[in-house]
Ligand binder design. Sequence first.
Ligand SMILES: [Zn+2]
Ligand SMILES: [Zn+2]
Length: 294
Amino acid sequence: MGDVETANHGSVVKTVPYVQLNGETRTMHELIDTPSQLRLTIFLAMLLIMAVWEILAPRRLLTQNKASRWINNLALITLNSIILRILFPTATIGFAMYAAEHEFGLLHKLALPEWLSIVITLVFLDLVIYFQHVIFHKVPLLWRLHRVHHTDLDFDITTGLRFHPLEMILSMLVKFLAILLLGAPSIAVVIFEIVLNSAAIFNHGNIYIPKAIDRMLRLLLVTPDMHRIHHSCRQPETDSNYGFSISLWDRLFGNYRDQPEAGHNKMMIGLQNPRKPELCIPIQALLKTPFISQ
Ligand SMILES: [Zn+2]
Ligand SMILES: [Zn+2]
């Protein structure tokens, strides 16, 4: 890695960080932008496929006006993307590249095969996100932020991405720290972000999956029927199934719940309080949620 001089309008000369990759000189911006575009493309494709699936084979009838929920949830998701892009322009991959450049973190000290470093990163980051989720439920101040995810009165793909901006920022900082300490390879971080985003959309899907297939998938992955239980307004059910991608963690740490008591069609989604749509749907209300005592 080094700096390459570039002419700017023929007069000003500035330096841009670059790396040599397969004999080609690539600037850091190019290396960061390509995975970002790939992530965005897969994200939009996943959203589209799941949105069609929700229409063709819904699991439950929605209780609220879908257009109103979607407009507000998608507005919050867009706002979060803009805030994160401004605050952390290099995103997690920038930290992985920094760790690689300075040989920082455990994996850069161990000479493991690349595939093994990738597997370790995917499992480790998923575990970190799992514990982060549990902590956001257990610490009252953090629960105020995470409540925004749970006050959605219906459960569908837009719920999966509906978080308060402060939770998104804290989550980004946790990921930065985990990537640095582990010395996670950049490619693994890109794969992890794509998997995490896709899993969040998939496991919040209001989609019907036959029970036998759900059972098979659940051996490894978190399915919508598994995660929906976490969005039940019954407290013991909210306090279960924290996993996002791998279903193992909930079984391992005693948080696994197989089915909701009232059944998937009758269970109530959201929290006991608030339940008024004007507090649970408009983006202004969602942004204020952490600052209101309930
Ligand atoms: Zn939660
Ligand atoms: Zn959720």
